[in-house]
Design a protein around this ligand. Structure first.
Ligand code: SF4
Ligand code: MG
Length: 381
């Protein structure tokens, strides 16, 4: 599947007296996305979502220590499956470090290094520059590895944002991933810049003075990264779309230069939902217009938006999570207005039902709202 020459290719272009070597890079083929929203029957006649054959290798091995249904763990597994065994990783402080690397035991079967929460970007810059130099000097025998940093939102959007932006700006050849669970989870569910409006955390409790909990809208991290670093490949994805997630991982790694991937990853401990609903939430957040999925192409400087086949009221998403259980009609209406703006921004019409949802009179308290919970997703659902 990958180009893996066993020896570095010696260039015949010496620089001074020293023989230099060419840096050979992997090219990872993309998975077939045709039929992503289609279904196929299994032997019992049940609908199964179409999935292509994935690699058998699993550099994120079974037996990890994160919570049941942990979105970041699912995301980590898909990213590493797409990247393959010739990968080296940096993990700034976050759940994927704290829960997963206890007492010298980790689920990572590839080289993985913990970095302080602020320095995932700078550490990864050093790795990228180091591999380039080692290969050119003939001291690393293989091709240039897949260099990836996996930072939580507390690192990528907040404490480590400066280092991350610096690495993107200098265009180091690496993939910078933000696994976004919309809170500081491993320290006890404190608010982060990507916590949504009205999301309850231990630092944004609801009460008489502030009935909605969090007052501010979330930081639009991915758009910041694309707008501020127009030479980089930037994309958003969720754990609801595994093939999309894996292909964007591969596109980011194939891009020669810096790439940034913002991945929505539910946290069942912090968001309070049924553990089996992680992937369902990954779709509903897109279908509710609250997390647009897109790709930014640095060659053309254009955004390409995914238009989901289903558009839902935000209540179909909010009502699945305890962190929104306190919402009043005016808070739901404010979230629907934001979602409708997102639909317009990505070039989709806003159905009348969703327009009506902008009026608080259209809602009850969230705990009393009715919402849909289909368990078997067929074609287009
Ligand atoms: Fe995963 Fe959340 Fe548990 Fe952390 S607290 S391991 S992000 S589910
Ligand atoms: Mg987080």
């Amino acid at each position: 599947m990958m180009d893996r020459p066993s020896e570095p290719e010696a260039s015949k272009a010496p620089r001074g007296e020293r023989e230099m070597y060419t840096v050979v890079r992997h090219h990872l083929p993309l998975f077939d996305e045709e039929g992503r929203a289609a279904a196929t029957d299994d032997e019992a006649g049940r609908d199964r979502h179409y999935l292509p054959d994935f690699p058998e290798e699993d550099p994120y091995a079974a037996g990890h220590r994160t919570c049941a249904g942990c979105g970041p763990a699912i995301q980590y597994r898909w990213v590493l499956k797409a990247a393959g065994e010739d990968s080296v990783l940096a993990g700034p402080t976050g759940c994927m470090y704290v829960a997963n690397s206890t007492y010298l035991c980790t689920p990572y079967t590839v080289p993985w290094a913990h970095t302080p929460i602020a320095s995932g970007g700078s550490f990864t810059s050093g790795m990228a520059a180091g591999y380039e130099a080692m290969i050119r000097k003939g001291r690393h025998p293989g091709p240039y590895p897949n260099i990836i940093v996996m930072a939580g939102d507390g690192s990528a959007a907040d404490i480590g944002l400066g280092a991350m932006s610096g690495a993107l700006y200098r265009n180091h050849d690496a993939l910078f991933v933000c696994y976004d669970n919309e809170c500081y989870a491993n320290t006890g569910i404190q608010t982060s810049p990507t916590t949504p409006y009205a999301g309850m955390t231990t630092f944004t409790p609801f009460g008489k003075a502030i009935p909605e909990g969090k007052k501010l809208p979330p930081k639009n991290l991915a758009k910041m990264m694309a707008a501020g670093h127009p030479h980089c490949y930037v994309a958003t994805t969720t754990v609801g779309y595994p093939v999309d997630l894996m292909n964007k991982t591969r596109k980011g790694l194939n891009h020669v230069g810096a790439a940034f991937l913002h991945c929505y990853t539910p946290c069942q401990k912090g968001w309070v939902y049924q553990t089996s609903m992680t992937v369902e939430l990954g779709r509903r957040v897109v279908e509710a217009g609250l997390f647009p999925v897109w790709e930014y192409d640095p060659a053309t400087r254009e955004y390409h938006y995914f238009h989901p086949p289903v558009q839902r009221p935000v209540t179909d998403y909010l009502a699945m999570q305890g962190r929104f259980g306190h919402l009043l009609p005016e808070h739901i209406a404010a979230l629907q207005r934001g979602a409708n703006q997102n639909w317009q921004d990505i070039g989709m019409d806003v159905p009348a039902l969703l327009r009506e949802g902008e009026d608080p009179a259209h809602h009850k308290r969230l705990a009393e709202e009715t919402y849909s919970m289909p368990l078997n997703r067929g074609v287009g659902a």
